[in-house]
Write a protein that binds this ligand. Structure first.
Ligand code: CAA
Length: 257
């Protein structure tokens, strides 16, 4: 299997498992990631996802240059949806995703991380968009997400030069949330996931949806979206449970209903 998919309580863990190719995404890996992500999206017992890479060198070195790029070359012009739907595009996934970045994160690997909501990086990680050095641009979202996440000039530096940056620089520009020792990357990601699992899952999903959909709306339309999602949440059992638990001074028992 190119993607190892595990469930630990409410947490789904996706491991890109091609360490011999620095976890580069070939077509098989993209298809397996799609299948696992659909299962995660549709399983009511799963609340948070963590994506990581196998081995101690790489999170993901991007699209597999020998396998994925020829596939995209053959199919992209006739079908803009040739690539299976993933968090990068087309999945409509509002459950939160955490990237547990255990090493090199290049090209499509950075794009997977950018499609996550939180990024926890090893102090040994490096980040880059080397696509221009291949005569390409990023194809899984970096030209669009990177300038929305880091300052414009830093996005331009990464996208136009193809030169990588280290973990500290990634932290300094706001590309990652936290930098930790390599051996603490997964445990930190699980700790953050557990914290999110203490909150109301429908509220967490609504917050993500409001942020992401709102980022391409006018402020006025974004505020309407927020209002609609708030009205929906107030009709849920989780809202009743959360506010009742507060009044009764106990921990809420959210059900995602
Ligand atoms: N595709 C296919 N194989 C890859 C790969 C990739 N993206 N990245 C690394 N590998 C393979 C190498 O071919 C090598 O395999 P062999 O041992 O069989 O030769 C193995 O992984 C180890 O890699 P290196 O020997 O190159 O390791 P290194 O430490 O010397 O260099 C690196 C590391 C700088 C990341 C280098 O591997 C590299 O430049 N990789 C390519 C990175 C890249 O250009 N990514 C963008 C791909 S295009 C893309 O992602 C488009 C998009 O937006 C979707």
């Amino acid at each position: 299997m190119a993607i190892d998919y595990q469930k630990e309580g409410k947490i789904a863990i996706f491991t890109i498992n091609r360490p011999e190719a620095l976890n580069a995404m070939n077509v098989q890996a993209a298809r397996e990631l799609h299948e696992a992500m659909v299962d995660f999206r549709d399983d009511p017992e799963l609340w948070v996802g963590i994506i990581t890479g196998a081995g101690d060198r790489a999170f993901c070195a991007g699209a597999d240059i020998k396998d994925m790029l020829p596939f995209l070359k053959e199919h992209l012009q006739s079908s803009p949806w040739a690539m299976p739907a993933t968090p990068m595009r087309g999945l409509d996934l509002w459950k939160p995703l955490i990237a547990a970045i255990n090493g090199l994160t290049m090209g499509g690997g950075l794009e997977i991380a950018l499609a996550c909501d939180l990024r926890i990086a090893s102090e040994k990680a490096r980040f880059g968009c080397p696509e221009v050095t291949l005569g390409l641009i990023p194809g899984w979202g970096a030209t669009q997400r990177l300038p929305r996440i880091v300052p414009w000039c830093k996005a331009a530096e990464l996208l136009l030069t193809g030169k990588p940056i280290d973990a500290q620089e990634a932290y300094r520009i706001g590309l990652v949330n936290i930098v930790v020792p390599t051996e603490a990357v997964m445990s930190t990601a699980k700790e953050w996931a557990e914290v999110i699992c203490q909150a109301g899952p429908l509220a967490v999903r609504a917050a993500k949806e409001a942020m992401i959909r709102g980022s391409s709306l006018t402020l006025e339309d974004g505020l309407r979206l927020e209002n609609a999602l708030e009205a929906y949440l107030m009709s849920t059992e989780d809202f009743t449970e959360g506010t009742t638990a507060f009044v009764e001074k106990r921990k809420p028992d959210f059900k995602g209903k």
